[in-house]
Design a protein around this ligand. Structure first.
Ligand SMILES: Cc1cc2nc3c(=O)[nH]c(=O)nc-3n(C[C@H](O)[C@H](O)[C@H](O)COP(=O)(O)OP(=O)(O)OC[C@H]3O[C@@H](n4cnc5c(N)ncnc54)[C@H](O)[C@@H]3O)c2cc1C
Length: 537
C-alpha cells in the first residue's frame, strides 16, 4: 500500500508563522477557507490552522495505489449558470475552478424493486415527476411552489444569522413573515399534506442522504434547500474536489496569510472572558484577538474552549438542544479500466430497501444485519473530464452508507491503520455487503475491481476531528434550525463560528456560512462593496 501523496497547504512549524495575524481560522474546510479568503481581500492577514496533513476539510481528496478519491464531495448544484453560488466560487478561485455537468439524470433512486430519477432543469424535473406519478400532478405543482417559498426565505434566514440583538428584534415581524413556520416542520408532515402516495414522498426525499436525516426527522427548510440546490443538475469540480481548496489558498496568501497543515489547535485561549489566541498541540501559543472556529460547534465548545468558559457563556446548556448527525461508512474503489469501458454513468445511485426511510433507519440502528437504509454510489472518474489525464486507464467509484459511531467506539483510542483484526474483519464484512449492492446494479463490474478500502466513523474522527465521526456536523432537525445561538457571533468576545454548523451542510452551505461570518466580523457596511464586486463579476 502506498501512502497518500495529494497534499496541499504548508506544513506548520512555529518558525514559519508571521509575527502577528489579524485573524486565526481553525480548520481549512470550505467554511474556514471562505472566511479566510474574504477577510484577506479586506486586508486581514489570516492564519488558517488545519490539523490534517492536507487542507480542504471534507473537500480534500487522497491518492492511494494509483487512484484518487474525494471524501466529502460528489456533486454540487447551482453552478451551471451565473448564480450567487457560482459567482462566489468564481471569486474565491479567481475563476480557476471549473465545473463539469453530470448526466441530465443526475440522481437515480432504486426504491425496493422500483426505479425513479431526478432530471436537471425545473421544468424537466417537474415533467419527469409527473411522468412517474401521473395522478399526482397537483401535488407536484404545490410541492414546487413550496420549494419556491423556501427559496425566497433563504436570504432572510441568512440575515437572521448576522443581525445583532436589537436589529433582529426590530426586524422580527419581517423575519417571521419571510420565515413561515411550515419551513421549520418536519419534511414528512409537510409532504403528507400534499399527497398520500408514499412512493412520491420517497422520491421527493430521495436525496435525504445529502443532509443526513430521513423525512420524519429532517427540517423541511433544509430538505427544500437541497432539492433546489440540485434542481438544475449536478456538477463536479474538474480536476477533483481537492481543486476547491487548492484554488482558494492563493487568495489567502496574497495578503501575507497562510494555510498550515499538521497544525492542530489544542485550546482556544481566553483571558478575562475574552479570546486572546490559540495554543497549538506542540504547546506553541499564537496570540490573536480574532479566532474563527470552523471545527464544528461540538469541538469548539467541548474540546477547544476551557470547560468553565463554555459553561459560563451558556454553551454547555445550549449544546443539549442539538445532536450530532449520523456517521458513515465509505468504500473507495479502484478499477483498471476507464469509466467509458466499464459503462459507468455520471449519475448518482441511491438504493433503498423500501419507501419508508425512517423505519429502515430505525431497523438498521437496532440491528447491524438489517438492510442498509440507504446505499449511495457515485462515479467520480466518470464525472471528471480531467481524471484520465491524471490516472490513465483507470476508474474510481465511491460508496457511502450510514453506520452508528457506537458500533466502532471500542476502537476509538487505537491508531489509524492499527486497530486490530476484529476491527478490520468488522469493517471488511460491512464493505463486502456494500460491494454486493454495487455488483447488483452493475454486474459487469464483477471481477474488474482492482482495489478497495473501507472507511468507518473512526476514520472521520481521525482525519476530520469530528468527535462522533459525524457526516454533516450537527443533525438538521427542526430544533437545530430554530436555535438562535448557532450563528457566527458567539457570546465570547473574539470568538466566531463558521462552517456547516451555523447554516447547513454542503460545500455551498459552508461557503455561505463563511460569507456570513466575515460579514458579522467586519460589519455589513464594510462588506457591501466587496459583495457588490463579487456579484457584479
Ligand atoms: C461522505 C460525504 C459526502 C458529501 N458529499 C457532498 C456533496 O456531494 N456535495 C456537497 O455539497 N457536500 C457534500 N458533503 C458535505 C460537505 O462536504 C460538508 O458539509 C462541508 O464540506 C463542510 O465544510 P466545513 O468547512 O463546515 O467543515 P469541514 O470541511 O469538516 O472542515 C473542518 C476542518 O476543521 C479541521 N479541524 C477540526 N478540529 C481542528 C483542530 N483542533 N485544529 C485544527 N483543525 C481542526 C478538520 O480537520 C477539518 O479539516 C459530503 C460530506 C461527506 C462526509
Amino acid at each position: 500500500m502506498t501512502p497518500s501523496t495529494l497534499r496541499i497547504g504548508r506544513r506548520y512549524r512555529p518558525t514559519r508563522l508571521a509575527d502577528s495575524y489579524d485573524a486565526i481560522v481553525i480548520g481549512s474546510g470550505m467554511g474556514g477557507l471562505t472566511s479566510a479568503a474574504l477577510l484577506s481581500d479586506l486586508g486581514f492577514r489570516v492564519c488558517v490552522l488545519e490539523q490534517h496533513y492536507t487542507a480542504g476539510g471534507y473537500t480534500h481528496s487522497y491518492e492511494r495505489n494509483g487512484y484518487e478519491w474525494d471524501v466529502g464531495v460528489h456533486y454540487i448544484g447551482d453552478v451551471g449558470a451565473k448564480t450567487r453560488s457560482r459567482q462566489m466560487f468564481d471569486y474565491l478561485s479567481d475563476g480557476k475552478l471549473e465545473w463539469a455537468p453530470m448526466d441530465a439524470e443526475y440522481d437515480r433512486f432504486y426504491i425496493g424493486e422500483k426505479l425513479f430519477s431526478a432530471k436537471a432543469g425545473k421544468r424537466e424535473y417537474r415533467d419527469n415527476l409527473v411522468r412517474q406519478f401521473p395522478g399526482e400532478e397537483q401535488a407536484i405543482d404545490r410541492y414546487l411552489k413550496l420549494l419556491d417559498r423556501a427559496g425566497a426565505a433563504l436570504p432572510a434566514y441568512g440575515m437572521k444569522q448576522v443581525l445583532g440583538f436589537w436589529p433582529r428584534l426590530l426586524m422580527s415581524p419581517y423575519l417571521s413573515f419571510k420565515l413561515p413556520s411550515v419551513l421549520f416542520r418536519n419534511t414528512y408532515d409537510v409532504l403528507s399534506e400534499l399527497t398520500d402516495d408514499q412512493d412520491l414522498i420517497a422520491v421527493l426525499c430521495g436525496q435525504w442522504g445529502d443532509m443526513g436525516l430521513p423525512p420524519k426527522r429532517s427540517t423541511f427548510l433544509v430538505h427544500a434547500m437541497i432539492v433546489r440546490h440540485y434542481l438544475y443538475g449536478g456538477y463536479y469540480p474538474i480536476g477533483g474536489s481537492w481543486r476547491i481548496a487548492d484554488s482558494i489558498i492563493p487568495k489567502i496568501q496574497a495578503t501575507g496569510g497562510e494555510v498550515f497543515t499538521y497544525a492542530q489547535v489544542e485550546r482556544i485561549d481566553v483571558e478575562n472572558a475574552t479570546v486572546t489566541g490559540v495554543t497549538m498541540k506542540d504547546g506553541h501559543r499564537i496570540a490573536c484577538n480574532c479566532v474563527i472556529s470552523s471545527a464544528g460547534v461540538g469541538n469548539t465548545f467541548q474540546k477547544l474552549l476551557p470547560g468553565d468558559v463554555a459553561a459560563q457563556a451558556g454553551y454547555e446548556r445550549r449544546l443539549k438542544t442539538v445532536e450530532p448527525s449520523y456517521a458513515h461508512l465509505g468504500v473507495y474503489i479502484g478499477l483498471k479500466s476507464t469509466a467509458d469501458e466499464l459503462g459507468l454513468p455520471k449519475t448518482n445511485f441511491w438504493i433503498y430497501p423500501d419507501n419508508d426511510y425512517d423505519a429502515a433507519v430505525a431497523r438498521f440502528v437496532e440491528d447491524k444485519d438489517a438492510p442498509f437504509p440507504v446505499v449511495y454510489i457515485s462515479f467520480p472518474s466518470a464525472k471528471d473530464p480531467d481524471y484520465l489525464r491524471r490516472h490513465p486507464g483507470t476508474a474510481t467509484i465511491e460508496i457511502v452508507a450510514p453506520a452508528p459511531y457506537q458500533w466502532f467506539e471500542q476502537w476509538r483510542d487505537e491508531t489509524w491503520g492499527k486497530r486490530g483484526d476484529d476491527y478490520d474483519a468488522f469493517k471488511e464484512a460491512l464493505g463486502e455487503r456494500l460491494m454486493s449492492h454495487l455488483y447488483d446494479k452493475l454486474p459487469q463490474l464483477r471481477g474488474k475491481v482492482d482495489y478497495y478500502e473501507v472507511s468507518t466513523p473512526l476514520s472521520t474522527n481521525w482525519f476530520g476531528g469530528y468527535q462522533q465521526g459525524e457526516l454533516y456536523g450537527l443533525a438538521h432537525t427542526p430544533e437545530r434550525m430554530k436555535q438562535k445561538w448557532l450563528r457566527p457571533r458567539t457570546s465570547i468576545p473574539g470568538l466566531w463560528l463558521t462552517g456547516q454548523d451555523i447554516l447547513t451542510c454542503g460545500v455551498t452551505g459552508a461557503m455561505m456560512a463563511g460569507m456570513l461570518t466575515t460579514t458579522s466580523i467586519v460589519g455589513i457596511r464594510r462588506m457591501m462593496p466587496l459583495l457588490k464586486r463579487i456579484y457584479s463579476q
